[in-house]
Each structure stands twice: as structure tokens, then as C-alpha cells.
Design a protein around this ligand. Structure first.
Ligand SMILES: Cc1cc2nc3c(=O)[nH]c(=O)nc-3n(C[C@H](O)[C@H](O)[C@H](O)COP(=O)(O)OP(=O)(O)OC[C@H]3O[C@@H](n4cnc5c(N)ncnc54)[C@H](O)[C@@H]3O)c2cc1C
Length: 361
């Protein structure tokens, strides 16, 4: 009997496995494929990422540093409205490498991390959870006091336990060109309906072009328009779902969701690496596998930390759907230096930001 079985070894799963193992719990983490694969993420993160990594991570994973974003209401040739900070705002990193690094940290802490195990069934009993997985040698069953569903946007654990779905799923696509680009700005295009397209310079790792939009939008066509506009050749196309809007409940009797399974993402960018790992820390701090009542403390803790950020994030996202002339006026009026933390929209009201934007600073 394990204390925790963790399903899915993306950043939140690996982070929770590591923290729980450090606390002395017996942890088994099951990953259906190879950790980090297939890639479906830009790996564009705030510099807070390095608070979650171990020695040597920055040297191994860092690709480029970013000071700001140029917003466009139209395509590549349209006017740019720059928003920037005086210091580095974010980093572009090797996302496959990040997942492997975090999984190694979990292993070093004592978690049993296994690849090639697809969890197919999860059944809660009053005193334990039964987990069935397809492993390299066939079907295997495990038992744990609790199960952590860290299995991404289309979470099997969530479905098996009948937990509610996120409000919405966007469809994200990305691809890479071979240009060497060390610029320190990303480009954001508000052209796809209700979300955006992007260009991210990744230093020597090339340039990434991507786009996300809700179901019903012709994502491939908008993506072709973006690529044509930039006049580049891209390869290594990949895609993934982005959950937006957490369900009312991400815990059940002996199970809890972390990361995309719980839609712990930023509604205005779809980014979820930092929110997922932050929530993993809340889970590790609050949950005692012998006391199912502690699950309520996890629900409270992550929501208290991130709910206001997500609410404000929803408001920011609404601006993506405003009529173009209003977007232009708004971007024109607000562009320039900012003091906002990219993961914390509430920092729009912070002293640092107001000091930066108010006249006479
Ligand atoms: C196009 C795109 C670009 C993005 N760009 C960014 C970005 O720049 N910055 C950012 O912060 N976020 C970004 N995101 C979001 C980010 O990728 C997710 O928030 C993050 O990966 C969430 O981690 P997760 O572990 O919850 O989910 P996932 O990364 O999806 O990991 C879930 C893991 O569970 C495994 N799994 C699934 N089902 C099972 C099963 N039944 N049994 C065992 N294992 C299972 C999967 O193989 C996977 O390894 C992007 C997303 C997309 C789609």
C-alpha cells in the first residue's frame, strides 16, 4: 500500500511526488509515456521557475530571456504595441528537459517514478484507492491511501472519479523554424477569435510560432495565415488542449487533482506550469494521506492563492474579443513600461506597477 499514487509526471506531478517523498511518504508516480514527451508547450515561464528546480537546471534548460511583449491587433506587418520591464520578465526554456529534470528530482527524493504505465481505472474505497494500469508487462494493480490526478487536461483520474470538468478547453498548436533569434521580445497577435497567436524567439533553438483558440475556430487556417504572414518554413508541429476555468471541486473522498487536470492555468495565456507546481506545493503542505478531511484544506489553499489571479486573468482575456478599434486605443494608451508579474495579474494594482506607469514617477 503506497501513501500516494501520482498519475502523470508533468511538472505538477513530479513536483508533488518530490515534495511528498521528501516528507517521508511512500510515493509511486506513473507516467504513460516517456517523461516530457510528446512536447505540446512553449516553455515560456516567469523567472520564478528556478525556485522549483535543482542544481544545474538553468545551465541545462535556459534558451532565451524575455523583457516584454509586442502586441499586434493584426498580423506580422501590423503596428506593434510594446509592453516591457526594465528587468528580465520571463525565460524561454527547454520544456522536455524541464520535465525530465523535475522527474529526476522526484526520484532523488525517493519517489518510485515509472514510465510506460497508463492508468486506466481508479476506484475509491473507504480506506484506500485501487489503481489499474497498463504497464510494459501487462495489466498491474496498485493500492494507495490517496491518488493524485496530475494527468493533464483530459484527465482520466477526473473522469474515473466523476469529478466535474473545467469550464472550457482551447486548442493550442505550435511549430518551429530554424531561425537563430536572440531578441528579447515575444510577439502576440490578437487575430484568432477570443485568444491569440504568438512568436517566441528561442535563441539557438529556433523560433516558435503558435496559436490557441476555442473549439469551432479553424485553428489550422489561422495558423497557416500566421506562418504565411511571417514568410517562414516551420516543422515539428504539435498540439494540445488548454483547460481554462477550474471546476468547483478538484477533490473527492481519497483523490485530488493538480495542474491542468484541475485547470490551474492562467486564463489570459493558458500557461499552467507555475500555477500547477504552486498548487502541488499546497497539496504537499496540506494533505495527510491518513486523514481525508485534509483534502478540504488543499481545495482552500490553492484557491485562496490563485482564485483572484484567475478571476482577473478572465477579465484580461475578455479584452482579446473587443472590437479592433477599441483594442488599438487601449493598447496605445497602456503600452510602455510595466511593473506587472506575468503570473500575478493582481500585481497590476501593485506599488511597483503603479510607480512605473504613473506620470511623474
Ligand atoms: C500549445 C501550448 C503551449 C503552452 N505553452 C505554455 C507556456 O509557454 N508556459 C506555460 O506555463 N504553460 C504552457 N502551456 C500549458 C502547459 O503545457 C500545462 O499547463 C502544463 O503542461 C500542465 O502540466 P500537467 O502535468 O498538469 O499536464 P501535462 O503536461 O499534460 O502532463 C500530464 C502528464 O500525465 C500523463 N498522463 C496522462 N494520462 C495518463 C494516464 N492515464 N496514465 C499515466 N499518465 C498519464 C501525460 O503523458 C503527461 O506526461 C501550453 C500548453 C499548450 C497546449
Amino acid at each position: 500500500m503506497y501513501d500516494f499514487v501520482v498519475v502523470g509526471v508533468g511538472p505538477p506531478g513530479a513536483r508533488f511526488a518530490r515534495r511528498a517523498a521528501e516528507d517521508g511518504y511512500d510515493v509511486l508516480a506513473l507516467e504513460k509515456g516517456r517523461v516530457g514527451e510528446p512536447l505540446a508547450c512553449s516553455g515560456h515561464v516567469s523567472t520564478d521557475i528556478w525556485e522549483f528546480t535543482g542544481p544545474g537546471a538553468r545551465e541545462a534548460l535556459f534558451q532565451n530571456e524575455i523583457y516584454g511583449a509586442r502586441f499586434h491587433v493584426g498580423g506580422p506587418r501590423s503596428d506593434a504595441y510594446p509592453f516591457y520591464k526594465q528587468e528580465v520578465a520571463s525565460n524561454v526554456i527547454d520544456r522536455v528537459g524541464l520535465d525530465r529534470h523535475l522527474a529526476d528530482l522526484a526520484r532523488e527524493a525517493g519517489a518510485d517514478v515509472r514510465e510506460g504505465y497508463t492508468v486506466t481505472e481508479v476506484t475509491e474505497r473507504w480506506d484506500r484507492v485501487e489503481i489499474v494500469a497498463n504497464g510494459p508487462d501487462g495489466v498491474v494493480e496498485f493500492e494507495a491511501r490517496m491518488v493524485a490526478g496530475c494527468d493533464g487536461p483530459r484527465s482520466r483520474v477526473r473522469d474515473e472519479l466523476g469529478l466535474p470538468q473545467p469550464d472550457e478547453f482551447l486548442h493550442g498548436v505550435l511549430a518551429f523554424s530554424e531561425e537563430d533569434d536572440h531578441q528579447d521580445f515575444v510577439d502576440v497577435h490578437l487575430t484568432p477569435p477570443t485568444f491569440f497567436a504568438w512568436r517566441i524567439p528561442r535563441g539557438e533553438a529556433g523560433v516558435e510560432y503558435g496559436l490557441a483558440a476555442p473549439p469551432g475556430v479553424h485553428v489550422s487556417k489561422h495558423f497557416e495565415d500566421l506562418i504565411d504572414g511571417y514568410e517562414v518554413d516551420v516543422s515539428h508541429r504539435c498540439s494540445g488542449a488548454i483547460p481554462i476555468g477550474p471546476p468547483d471541486r478538484v477533490t473527492s473522498r481519497r483523490a485530488f487533482l493538480i495542474g491542468d487536470a484541475a485547470a490551474q492555468t492562467k486564463p489570459f495565456t493558458g500557461g499552467g506550469i507555475l500555477y500547477g507546481m504552486t498548487s502541488a506545493d499546497h497539496a504537499a503542505r496540506e494533505i495527510d494521506p491518513d486523514r481525508p478531511t485534509t483534502l478540504a484544506a488543499y481545495e482552500r489553499a490553492w484557491r485562496e492563492d490563485l482564485e483572484r489571479e484567475q478571476q482577473l486573468g478572465h477579465l484580461i482575456r475578455r479584452a482579446y474579443s473587443l472590437p479592433e478599434p477599441i483594442q488599438r486605443i487601449g493598447l496605445g494608451a497602456l503600452s510602455g513600461e510595466i511593473g506587472v508579474h506575468m503570473d500575478r495579474p493582481t500585481s497590476l494594482l501593485s506599488f511597483d506597477h503603479l510607480k512605473t506607469v504613473l506620470p511623474g514617477r
